[in-house]
Design a protein around this ligand. Structure first.
Ligand SMILES: O=C(CO)COP(=O)(O)O
Length: 258
């Protein structure tokens, strides 16, 4: 039997959406009679802003999509003003949560240590963490890309040496210079990075539950070349994912999967 691997398409809506644009997205999806056919063998997730999770969690199963968060608190519920605890995210039935997105690292100054705490707490709650890593252009040009990626992963790799749970784990490689720029790395660069990442996880007890995603300027125009990298199990899609038709084209782009 021909086993077709599942492909993951995770929409990171950042703060692009409002309730009215989300309603338009849902209306557009309702008008697509072939949507359910399109997504056979695909997992479609939406990483929404906190304030939209409650609205979306009531709609998401009809959309045949999964719901996730863009971040979470590293604290248990308590006196933590402005934080959103994993427990409250569980009330929204989220399936996954981004951690360490480069925008969060850059704008909120989150450390690798803090990010790894969130990662562990998500696993304890059976929510799939999507661990985002990526180098800057200067780091790439200095030949430091793989070292930077390793440093960002080190805490969680140490933790995963003794983790035996069955929750799926995602590592999303998002080079900083590719986010929102229309640039995607060359196939050679991607091959090098994903082979390196795979080599880091292959000795872990849960290696088979670790999926690799690529993010950074994924669109219906760029996605075709990305399908050729066999280590990539799916995509983390920013701006292009807020338009339902564009998201659909991206999902349909991998003719082998539908
Ligand atoms: O940051 C990203 C996904 O997490 C990528 O954003 P863009 O797809 O808009 O480049």
């Amino acid at each position: 039997m021909n086993h077709i691997p599942k492909k993951y398409y995770i929409a990171n809506w950042k703060t692009y959406q409002s309730i009215s644009t989300i309603k338009r997205f849902i209306q557009a999806s309702n008008q697509e009679a072939d949507w359910h056919e399109t997504i056979i063998n695909s997992y479609i997730g939406i990483a929404a802003s906190y304030e939209h999770l409650y609205y979306l969690h009531k709609k998401i199963s009809k959309l045949a999509m999964h719901l996730g968060s863009q971040d979470c608190s590293a604290f248990l519920p308590g006196a933590y003003t402005g934080q959103v605890s994993i427990e409250s995210l569980q009330d929204m039935n989220i399936s996954f949560c981004l951690v360490g997105h480069s925008e969060v690292r850059a704008e909120l100054g989150q450390s690798d240590m803090l990010i790894s705490s969130k990662f562990k707490m998500l696993l304890a709650a059976n929510i799939s963490p999507i661990m985002c890593i990526g180098e800057t252009l200067a780091q790439k040009n200095d030949g430091m890309a793989l070292q930077v990626l390793y440093d960002q992963l080190e805490h969680i790799l140490n933790f995963l040496q003794s983790y035996t749970g069955s929750t799926k784990i995602f590592i999303a490689y998002e080079p900083r210079y590719c986010i929102g720029t229309g640039i995607v790395p060359s196939s050679d660069d991607l091959q090098k990075v994903f082979c390196f990442l795979k080599s880091l996880v292959q000795q872990l007890p849960i290696a088979k539950n670790v999926m690799f995603l690529y993010g950074g300027s994924v669109s219906s125009k760029t996605v075709q070349q990305l399908h050729d990298i066999k280590e990539i199990s799916g995509f983390l899609i920013g701006k292009a994912s807020i338009d339902f038709q564009e998201l659909k084209k991206i999902v349909q782009s991998d003719g082998r999967m539908v």
